[in-house]
Design a protein around this ligand. Structure first.
Ligand code: CS2
Length: 507
């Protein structure tokens, strides 16, 4: 049997003309960007914007050197290296059409677990203007209850003792910035692309806390010279499936072992405070603003939190994907009620954005039947996501005497789910969470202590001490343990609410 042709520098040249491919000269690329965490989202978002920028301007200084810090990054490194760092982006429209593009801006990929010094050299290299990060919400190493950098993490202790072979991103950034300081060069910008409120400020605070533990001079230089722009990032990017790989091959005639698929919608709002040069991403749709706070709060609390609500409640009800769940009128009504009654009242107005339209757009994005974003992906690392996306909204509503029925229901459903790892119908649920064991232990304790699960203060802050909240939460938890189906509780809640957001999906 004939071997499939694989995507690489040779085959890309002969792709059908309908497929967009790099129009700049890849052999001229230098890596102005070093990116830590080359997963699906980086490849559909920052790399896509950078590719679009270079296709338009032929300014080839903005190649991206990928960095993986862990063993788990090896597969991506190997596949990209085999493909001359080319990959395919497949944008899936709701009507079933897909636009396929080959992205060429990745120049290289270094694994920190194999060659830590090569990573430090690359970050410190004079071509590097930006070190960007998608290290997930959990990667920032802060204790959500106190907000402080977590020095108890054994990897932090390892990095303090071994500054030339760190494990965490903060060790790498510190070592590379020290080289820049010592050689008298301007620093690179550190640009977070994670869904964390004030992601730049958070990165700065964590990095400075880490550096302050061993080098006051470097800490002062970083504080005075390094920019950490805050940004809101958005593009739904499901995990790549075997069917996606087959579809890409059918459309392009070449095999890409790890393409990335995403929705058509994309948004990037960035504070324009860079340490030195940056690509003119505004030429290809990014928005530069002086204060990103309202945009990021809106996105994290509406989009990401609604994903978590659908993920947890939908998993118990037996759904597999976001679109399957939002297609169910009860789930759609629950999300509309959550957005209108629990989130909107605690959001500040966002200049230039009509919130009602924004929420309606979210419902239609969630409904895109071709994205098939799995609830397993959405529920992965819920311990960081619930703390970042949902708990602040509940806390503010408790303080303002607002509504938090759906927030309490999700907390209770997540407790039950963390205990049983099963849907109501007994379907096993795959729990991907670094805290999975701790979550299960806390959930199991619920039978003795109804509040055991929400006493995990690093996730829930002080919610276990808020009587108004705990009353609601305990009532839901005991109903779950008594066998009540999640949809029965949801029906009760939405019956009492008249949503404002029209469900375009189910109209
Ligand atoms: C999702 C995000 O992981 C999650 O829980 O909410 O990955 C979401 O799809 C992206 O932030 C969309 O921009």
């Amino acid at each position: 049997m004939q071997q499939p042709r694989v995507l690489n520098n040779q085959t890309v040249a002969n792709l059908p003309a309908t497929i967009l491919k790099p129009s700049y000269d890849r052999s001229e690329l230098t890596s102005g960007i070093v990116h830590v965490g080359v997963g699906g989202f980086h490849r559909s978002h920052e790399a896509f914007y950078t590719e679009t920028y270079m296709n338009k301007t032929k300014d080839t200084r903005w190649g991206i050197c990928g960095i993986g810090l862990r063993e788990g990054d090896r597969k991506m490194q190997e596949i990209l290296a085999e493909q001359d760092y080319l990959y395919t982006l497949m944008v899936k429209q709701p009507d079933g059409q897909s636009a396929v593009q080959v992205i060429g801006c990745v120049t290289d990929f270094i694994l920190g677990c194999d060659s830590p010094l090569a990573v430090i050299d690359k970050m410190a290299h004079e071509d590097t203007q930006i070190v960007s990060l998608t290290i997930t919400e959990g990667g920032y190493n802060f204790n959500p209850a106190t907000g402080a950098f977590d020095f108890t993490n054994p990897d932090v202790q390892h990095d303090l003792a071994n500054p030339d072979s760190p494990r965490l991103v903060f060790g790498y950034l510190a070592a590379a910035l020290k080289r820049r300081m010592d050689s008298g060069e301007t620093p690179f910008t550190v640009q977070s692309c994670d869904n964390i409120q004030h992601n730049g400020n958070m990165t700065r605070r964590m990095l400075l806390a880490y550096i302050n533990a061993f080098d006051d001079v470097l800490a002062e230089w970083v504080a005075d010279n390094v920019a950490f722009p805050n940004a809101m990032v958005d593009r739904i990017t499901p995990a790549t499936t075997a069917a996606d790989i087959a579809d890409v091959e059918a459309l392009t005639g070449v095999q890409d072992k790890w393409p990335v698929t995403c929705e058509p919608f994309t948004q990037w709002v960035i504070e324009d405070t860079f340490s030195s040069e940056r690509p003119r991403w505004e030429f290809c749709g990014a928005q530069f603003v002086s204060d990103v706070t309202p945009y990021e709060t809106m996105k994290i609390r509406l989009l990401n939190a609604s994903h978590t609500v659908l993920g947890v409640l939908g998993s118990l009800a037996g759904f597999n994907t976001i679109n399957e769940s939002i297609d169910d009128p009860l789930f759609c009504a629950t999300i509309c009620a959550f957005m209108d009654k629990e989130v909107t009242p605690v959001l500040a107005p966002v200049a230039g954005i009509d919130l009602t339209t924004y929420k309606e757009t979210l419902i239609s994005r969630f409904s895109n039947p071709n994205i098939k974003d799995s609830l397993t992906r959405i529920c992965s690392e819920s311990s960081s996501k619930v703390a970042t996306f949902l708990v602040p909204t509940i806390q503010e509503n408790v303080a303002n005497k607002g509504s938090y029925d759906i927030g309490a229901l999700v907390a209770a459903a997540w407790c039950y789910y963390s205990d049983t790892h099963k849907s109501h119908a007994g379907k096993p649920l795959e729990v991907i969470d670094v805290q999975a064991e701790q979550l299960q232990q806390a959930a199991v304790m619920t039978k003795q202590d109804g509040l055991a699960f929400i006493r995990q203060t690093e996730i829930f802050g002080n919610l276990a001490e808020q009587a108004a909240f705990t009353e609601r939460y305990e009532s839901y938890v005991s109903q779950f343990y008594a066998g009540t189906h999640v949809t029965e509780l949801m029906r009760h809640i939405v019956a009492a609410v008249k949503p404002v957001t029209a469900s375009t999906a189910n109209a």
